[in-house]
Design a protein around this ligand. Structure first.
Ligand code: ACO
Length: 321
């Protein structure tokens, strides 16, 4: 059975930066509160771009690193909860922007776990022998889901896209992926408007992300601790076998708790939350790309990726770069 190998990574952030000081002028918050509670100092915010626009340069950079042409891609899997449109899917629209046709393209919505879910789908298609070259993307314009008068959410999120080009290989690559969900906690984290179901009156005025952050926080820390054990056990590995933690970047305190669980020094954790905020599905591939391009992550290093998000959804992937 073939494995998936990470042949290339890419990332893209829209140029406009919004700092905590900018947000102090918008809502009743302070730079000190945001930094202390979240680790975030700034975030990138898209102007007119939609998710497929951000995804395009990220995908092109991953293809370039892999030395692949776009027309060699067999499948595009896009993690996003801020799609351009309901349909065509954002993956289809990215396919068109890449100037290709024919290959399969689909979106995966698992909120902030979207990239890990998309990676799991892509890896399964490669392992089954169905496809040999798969583009996995996480792209989000979270700023469009923000209620910019709600200080409890608008300070947390940012926009961006990250991509990974997977190829079939005789050696790992991806050792395993693990994905879970539990919808019993919907009221703790949801978007207030949709298409076939408007879950609260605010939906009449648009779709906004709503979150009871402190309750989500507790659930996330416990769940991510468990998934670290699940992932190591599934591969017969020990904590010391992990070289790098590349976590979803929601909150520095959640990331520190997971690193403690792994007994991994923070130097071996890839952090972007300070500069990017929470870019949902984009955060893991953006962080991975940064650490690959600056030379921290090298071929042969073992990487643990993990995420938690709305749904609730959570997941992990263990890979050798
Ligand atoms: N500025 C100033 N004060 C604020 C702000 C703000 N921006 N936001 C909230 N506060 C206040 C609250 O009103 C509260 O005040 P009170 O004590 O007078 O009632 C106080 O700060 C503490 O609020 P908490 O919510 O308890 O703060 P907490 O330390 O939990 O931090 C945070 C909040 C950052 C949201 C944290 O809980 C968190 O990161 N949660 C997890 C988020 C997450 O991982 N989500 C999943 C992914 S998202 C997705 O899937 C789309």
């Amino acid at each position: 059975m073939p494995f998936s190998r990470i042949a290339g990574t890419g990332g893209y952030l829209p140029p406009q930066i919004v700092t905590n000081q900018d947000l102090e002028r918008l809502v009743d918050t302070t730079d000190d509160w945001i930094v202390e509670r979240t680790g975030i100092r700034q975030r990138h915010i898209a102007k007119a771009e939609c998710a497929s626009d951000l995804a395009l340069p990220a995908a092109q950079r991953a293809l370039e690193m892999a030395g692949r042409r776009a027309d060699e891609v067999d499948l595009i899997v896009m993690g996003t909860s801020t799609p351009d449109l309901v349909f065509p899917s954002t993956a289809c629209r990215l396919q068109h922007k890449l100037g290709i046709s024919q290959c399969a393209a689909l979106d995966v919505n698992a909120a902030c776990s979207g990239f890990v879910y998309a990676l799991s789908v892509a890896d399964s298609f490669i392992r089954s022998g169905t496809y040999q070259c798969v583009l996995v993307v996480g792209s989000e314009v979270m700023s469009r889901l923000m209620d910019w008068s709600d200080r409890t959410t608008c300070v947390l999120f940012g926009d961006g896209a990250g991509a990974m080009l997977l190829e079939a290989s005789t050696e790992p690559g991806i050792f395993s992926t693990h994905i879970h969900s539990d919808a019993a906690y919907e009221e703790l984290l949801y978007v207030s408007g949709g298409v076939s179901c408007a879950v609260d009156p605010a939906a009449q005025h648009g779709a906004f992300l709503r979150m009871k952050g402190n309750e989500v926080f507790r659930f996330a820390v416990n769940t991510l601790g468990r998934i670290v054990d699940e992932t190591l056990e599934a591969n017969g590995m020990r904590r010391e076998d992990i070289d790098w933690l590349v976590p979803h970047q929601a909150n520095i305190r959640i990331i520190q708790a997971t690193a403690r669980k792994l007994r991994l020094p923070m130097e071996n954790v890839v952090l972007t939350v300070e500069r990017h905020g929470n870019t949902s599905s984009a955060s893991i591939p953006l962080a991975l790309d940064e650490a690959v391009r600056d030379g921290r992550i090298r071929r042969g290093d073992n990487i643990l990726m993990e995420a938690f998000g709305g749904g609730f959804t959570w997941g992990s992937a263990l890979a050798r770069f």
